[in-house]
Design a protein. Structure first.
Length: 249
């Protein structure tokens, strides 16, 4: 069997290595299998993310079975100790990666809560706003212009409020994303694993953006700022129409 590209061990050496490893193997280890190309793959019981972060036992660092032995002094012992150290390090590194993903997902489950419902509420209000604004371009709107404008303003206000409510959850989610920046899982994959595959459509930006006093015209901004900019464009357009049509001063 080959461990990476540097260590090749026999069946007898394999048994001796795992005899040395036995006291330091974690209780959540279920299987040790050959990896697809070389090395080993470890199968663990599923992590909840609420356990302590896996770490190589401290006692193993002082155990003589893992001590460094020069190859020219004892080639066999050099190989055994090097392989044992590598396997133990690889095992706990893989365990840490899997645990970090589980911790990421667990933290997301705690904060997502009703984010899906809040996003749907925003989408509903956004569609009403789009419809109210689009109606102003129709001939029918001219016959009830003040009322049509009033409905638009109401729709704008409701959309801003819905966007603000979603941003409350989005900020918490963004903080979890930042906390788990070095997890293997991407944002959408972590949210999907947390039970929200639809979250890829949610508008979530960097956590520092939610209370920033300045938003660049080109960077990602919170949802409420996106809506504010849309309303600003709508109002500017309507004001221009009013000036050109002579209905406003």
């Amino acid at each position: 069997m080959s461990l990476g590209t540097s260590i090749v061990i026999t069946a007898d050496e394999h048994r001796e290595i795992f005899r040395r490893l036995q006291p330091y193997l974690p209780s959540y280890l279920r299987k040790v299998l050959p990896a697809r190309y070389s090395g080993l793959r470890f199968v663990f019981a599923p992590f909840t993310g609420r356990e302590e972060e896996p770490a190589r036992p401290r006692a193993s660092y002082g155990d003589p079975v893992f001590r460094y032995v020069r190859e020219d002094a004892d080639p066999v012992e050099h190989k055994l100790t090097a392989a044992a150290r590598q396997i133990l390090d690889d095992l706990y590194e893989q365990a840490r990666r899997e645990w970090r993903d589980a911790a990421y997902v667990a933290d997301l489950r705690d904060v997502v809560r009703d984010a899906g419902d809040r996003w749907k509420a925003y989408e509903r209000e956004g569609k009403v706003l789009e419809s109210a604004y689009g109606y102003l371009r129709t001939p029918e709107a001219a016959r009830e212009w003040p009322s049509a404008l009033s409905r638009l303003v109401d729709a704008q206000d409701r959309t801003v409020a819905a966007a603000g409510r979603f941003d409350e959850r989005a900020e918490e989610i963004a903080q979890v994303h930042e906390k788990h920046l070095y997890a293997d899982l991407g944002h959408d994959a972590a949210l999907a694993r947390a039970g929200h595959p639809e979250a890829g459509a949610w508008h979530i930006v960097e956590p520092g953006s939610y209370h920033s006093g300045y938003h660049s015209r080109y960077g990602a901004v919170p949802l409420v700022e996106t809506v504010r900019r849309l309303i600003e464009q709508q109002d500017a357009h309507l004001a221009k129409v009013g000036r050109l049509s002579g209905t406003t001063g």
